[in-house]
Structure formats: C-alpha cells, structure tokens
Write a protein that binds this ligand. Structure first.
Ligand code: PLP
Length: 455
C-alpha cells in the first residue's frame, strides 16, 4: 500500500484501499496537492471550512493561546477562551440557551447531549424517562450512543449487539415521503408520526427527541416544511420530552442563519454545534443548553457525567472565538444567505441531466440525488457505487464534493452534497456547476439501464 509521495506509510487510513493525494496547502476555496494540482473545495472538507482556508487571524489566535496557556483540565480550572466562547455562542443561540459545554467532536457532543437528556429526567425524579426518539434517515455520529441514534445501517451493522434501542420515526424527506413536502402533509412531514410514537411508547418513558433542523448528510439537504418544528415543539412540550437540535452540520451559518432552526422561530431544549464553529482550524464541538436544565444537575449530582480530558480546551476554544469573530467581522453568514440562491439556481440546472432525480437545499448547503429511474425515483443498486464514482470523477476534474449513500431505503440511495466556504464567488459557483456537469456526463456514460425516461 502506497500513497502519492509516500512510498511507505504508517498511517492507518480511514479507507485502507484508497490511493489518497497528499494536500500540501490551501487558500480560500482551493486545495493544492504535492504535484501542483488545484482542487476546488466545494464541500469545505466535510461541511467544516465555512470561513475558507488559510485565515491567518484564526491561526494566529490559536498559536498565541498555545504559547500563553495550552492546556488546563476543565475539571480543575476555567480559562479566558472558554469564557469568551461561551459568551459568544450564548449570544448567538436562540431563546434561553445560555450554557456552553465545549468538546472536541460532533459525536462526542451528541453523546453528551443525549446523556444530559437522560440525566436531567433522572435528577427531576422521573427515572422511567429514558427512551430516545430519532428520525430515519438520520446521522448523529459514529460513537456508540450517537450511532444508536443514527439510522445508517452500513455503519451500524458490525455493532448491533452493542447499540441501544432507539425509537425511530420517518424523517420529513420530501423527495421520498408520502406527500412530497406539500400540504396536506403526511404523518412524517406534519409531525403526527412523532406524537404517535410518544403516545405508543408511553410518554413517561420518553426522554428526548433528536433531529437535524435541515437534513444534512442524512437526507441530503432536505428542508422540512416550515411548520414541522413548530409542531415538534408543541408535541415535546405537551408530553415533557426534551427536543435536541443537532446543528453539527447545518449550524454555524451553513444554511444562511447561525442556526438552521432559526427561520422556524423554534427554541430547542438542547442544541449541538460542531464542524463549522471553528472552521476546520480546530476540532471543536459544543452542547448548548439553558440554565434551567443545568440547574437541575447543579442542585442534584453536581455534574454532567461526561468527563473528557479535552473538554473546555483553551486552544480549541480560542479557535472557536476567532472563527466566530471572523464570521461576524466579514458578515459571512449574511453572505451565505445572499449567495446561497445563486448556488441553488446553478445546481437546479443539473436536473436536465440523466439520472439527476432531485436538487435541493438552503443557503450554501445543497444535495443532488441520483436515481436509476427519474420517473419512479428508483435508486441504483448499492453495488453500482454511483455516489462514490461521481465523487471520484469530480475529483479528476479538480472538484471536491461529498458522497452520501443509503438514504433511499437504509441501504440504497446516492446523493452528492455541495457545501462550499461562505467566501465562494459567483465565478467559482459557475465552476462547481460546470465541473459537476462534466463528472455527471462521464459517470452517466458508464451506467447501464439508462432508459429514454432518463434522457
Ligand atoms: N451530527 C451530524 C448531523 C453530523 O453530520 C455529524 C458528522 O458528520 C455528527 C453529528 C458527528 O460529528 P463528528 O464527525 O465531528 O463526530
């Protein structure tokens, strides 16, 4: 096994059979490999690099913090950057969400949020409230509790005996639900499926409902109807169920507002942020919760049972503070909202191509769903690896996109995700469209089963 430029590797790679180019440097929306090839980063790595590559202010803030104070245990001391990050994030969070618990990955923060939900009810004296309700499709991370909440079978299959039971309801996924996202809504899109599940399970046993406000990689940028989360809020209030909003992928401005839930006016009980909050400069995530929930633990056990060595880390928090201030100083969330429709309009033109079943999204988050039959919306066989092949074809023409699989029926489904840095220009958006066109044409030629309905 070799990689470009490194004839012998000691790296245990995520993909053990892949031949990965070595990226040497980056700037703006671009990555440059060791051979001088340039790649347009149309997905911010993994929906992470919202501010763009090579921001010196963020790198400098981290270096300065590392020189001044690199580490203290969050159990023994506070530090200036964690206080500043908490103040910044509390000011941006909706409603009464004013307590910020920084961690170092989205999965870690999802684990912490779910455990917070369980611990809250236990310390309220309602010990039977322990069940988690989650959507299908859904993705909330790869550690075991987060994976339990995720309906992504190809990640789960090796660990079935280790995962906890999670009650699953269908996601509001307009391209594949009963109503197409148009009123009168089906139970998945109206929220009725949530109420039915809570009543069926016995509300006194249900602790939390977790969902992404816009489907990130789970439903490939599917946007629920505007009323959906208002109904979710009412139902959760009626049955004393905590609503956890997973904003790891769609938060930090990605859909044109700081949180993707913002346009609905709904305040969740707990919000989880990650990826874009430190722009890829540091592995930072956070649980954001109200004092009314933290106070129950303060009066009871005295701590959230999620002790992690690198929580409240000064350098990671300094990266978060610098990123949030950079986003604000350059009005980049506003820029994302303004230029998002340009991206969505350019990608909508892909609908004319064979196999493009749907194009959707909000802000600078978009999904292009590929199907074998545009009429019936039948997905490709998984063995065809269409999303992966399209991603490889895009990389061959210098474009980095993200492949999603499995959302059509748990196993099948191919979607390409686009999520460029917020500094993307209109010319670069045109380039994303042109390069994706070219990659789609290349892959289409190799696909069997093309019918006249697809042309
Ligand atoms: N939640 C959502 C919605 C995600 O998309 C992800 C990762 O893609 C996670 C949680 C887990 O985050 P991480 O990969 O940082 O552990």
């Amino acid at each position: 096994m070799t990689t470009h430029g490194f004839p012998e590797t000691h790296v245990f790679f995520r993909k053990l059979t892949a031949h990965l180019p070595v990226i040497e440097r980056s700037a703006g929306c671009w990555l440059y490999d060791a051979d001088g090839n340039a790649f347009l980063d149309a997905c911010g790595g993994a929906f992470v690099v919202n501010v763009g590559h090579g921001v010196a202010e963020i790198a400098d803030a981290m270096a300065e913090q590392a020189r001044r104070l690199a580490y203290v245990s969050g159990a023994a001391f506070s530090n200036e950057p964690v206080e500043e990050l908490a103040a910044e994030m509390a000011a941006l969070a909706p409603g009464d969400l004013d307590r910020v618990y920084p961690l170092s990955s989205g999965s870690d923060a999802i684990e912490a949020a779910l455990k917070l939900g369980r611990q809250y009810w236990l310390e309220c004296g309602r010990a039977r409230k322990h069940k988690i309700i989650a959507l299908a499709p859904a993705y909330h991370g790869n550690t075991l509790l987060a994976l339990s909440a995720s309906a992504r079978e190809h990640y789960r299959t090796h660990y079935y005996g280790w995962l906890v039971n999670v009650v699953r309801i269908p996601a509001p996924y307009a391209y594949r639900c009963g109503c197409g996202g148009i009123p009168p809504y089906c139970p998945a899109c109206s929220g009725a499926a949530l109420e039915e599940a809570i009543v069926r399970e016995d509300p006194e046993t249900v602790a939390v409902f977790i969902a992404e406000p816009v489907g990130g990689s789970s439903t490939g940028a599917s946007v629920p109807p505007p009323e959906y989360f208002r109904r979710v809020r009412e139902i959760c209030d009626r049955y004393d169920v905590l609503f956890i909003a997973d904003e790891v992928l769609v938060g930090a401005g990605r859909t044109g507002t700081w949180s993707a839930l913002e346009p609905s006016g709904v305040v969740p009980d707990v919000m989880v942020m990650g990826k874009g909050i430190a722009g890829g400069y540091a592995p930072l995530a956070a649980v954001v919760a109200p004092t009314r929930i933290a106070d129950v633990l303060a009066r009871g056990s005295g701590a959230l049972n999620h002790a992690q060595t690198f929580s409240h880390h000064p350098v990671l928090c300094a990266a978060g503070v610098a990123t949030i201030r950079y986003l604000r100083a350059h009005r980049l969330v506003e820029r994302c909202a303004a230029i998002g429709p340009v991206l969505q309009r350019r990608l909508a033109r892909l609908r004319e191509l064979p196999y493009v079943g749907d194009v959707r999204g909000r802000g600078l988050l978009a999904g292009v769903e590929l199907v074998e039959d545009k009429e019936t919306r039948a997905p490709f066989a998984r063995e065809a690896h269409v999303a992966e092949r399209l991603t490889a074809a895009a990389r061959d023409v210098g474009l980095v996109v993200w492949p999603n699989v499995g959302h059509a029926n748990g196993e099948r489904g191919d979607t390409i995700m686009i999520a460029p840095p917020f500094i993307i220009t209109e010319d670069e958006i045109e380039m994303i469209g042109d390069r994706l066109d070219a990659a789609l044409v290349t892959v289409s030629r190799t696909l069997t089963g093309a019918s006249s309905a697809n042309a």
